[in-house]
Design a protein around this ligand. Sequence first.
Ligand SMILES: NC(=O)c1ccc[n+]([C@@H]2O[C@H](COP(=O)([O-])OP(=O)(O)OC[C@H]3O[C@@H](n4cnc5c(N)ncnc54)[C@H](OP(=O)(O)O)[C@@H]3O)[C@@H](O)[C@H]2O)c1
Length: 339
Amino acid sequence: MSDYPKTGREIQLAARPEGWPAGENFRLAEVPVREPGDGQVLVRNLYMSVDPYMRGRMNDVKSYVPPFQLDAPLDGGAIGEVVESRSDRHKAGDLVLHSLGWRDYAVLDGKRARIIDTALAPATAYLGVLGMTGLTAYAGLTKVAEFKEGDVVFVSGAAGAVGSLVGQIAKALGARKVIGSAGSAEKVQRLLDLGFDEAFNYHDGPVKEQLKKAAGADGIDVYFDNVGGEHLEAAISVLNKYGRIAMCGAISQYNTTDAPTGPRNLALAIGKELTLRGFIVGSYNEYADEFAGLMSGWLRDGAVSYDETFVEGLENAPQAFIDLMKGANKGKMIVTLQN
Ligand SMILES: NC(=O)c1ccc[n+]([C@@H]2O[C@H](COP(=O)([O-])OP(=O)(O)OC[C@H]3O[C@@H](n4cnc5c(N)ncnc54)[C@H](OP(=O)(O)O)[C@@H]3O)[C@@H](O)[C@H]2O)c1
């Protein structure tokens, strides 16, 4: 084996959270670094993603991704450098995108480690704007909500990784108006700087009143829902006839043990002939190339910019994850690993 440490650190799930996760739900463990087998690569991780969907995987329930196992390492999107390759597709030094984050070193099959091109974009872009996050925004808006030119679009969680891209993609594709909601005055200003036409802080008053005011006589045609609850209820009220909702996430509910309070007005969907459609980005991989082409162009010509919030150190990854769900991030939350 080449020259790298015999052990590496990983974050394990120590106990399943009830409600908000806390430090005691996680454990930093020192484990042996395995030698790669035939067809495998050993990767030293440089960056890892923390994402809201990981909260659901901490519960022991059947879902579209299997739950994390107790006393085993968590996993998720990561970028690392191949330090040893027994795969004929990779050589030492290749930068790869893969799904074994939350650890210093990962051993995985070469076919699960996608070489990334940093001439095209910085490595971390593949965890966000050019990765799963970007595809979620693009597919959710264009395929799920069936966005069309001239639509008025409202997106919640708008200063976050997915939301900030939804608004900018909508503008790039000819939205008449884009409205975003976020959790602070600073984030609201950022949305306006990114080209959103209207933005409001959902802490400043009832979402419905603020959304009505922002939409004015136009109403809204599309709601991209990252939040659920009060936001979803407000959007149902303000949507125009034949309005469409892409149900992407419901982060207002991920850490609460109380029953959801809304939406209480779902019956409005009947008379307005609304479409509410949930989706999982993994079902839209067929659009990955279409999306990558469009997004590369938008990044080149400046139609889309993206924010990243960095937290340093694997040992701080659990707190970064918790802080993400409390709104500490602008754009994509990324943990940098040093080993
Ligand atoms: N369906 C899919 O395939 C798919 C794929 C990726 C992501 N998602 C979903 O998309 C959403 C956004 O994900 P992301 O990765 O882009 O995360 P993100 O938006 O970058 O981070 C989460 C944000 O949620 C906001 N938030 C937290 N609690 C809130 C509440 N009670 N009400 C309103 N906003 C709240 C916070 O911003 P504020 O400061 O504004 O509160 C925080 O920054 C999540 O719901 C996620 O589960 C779905």
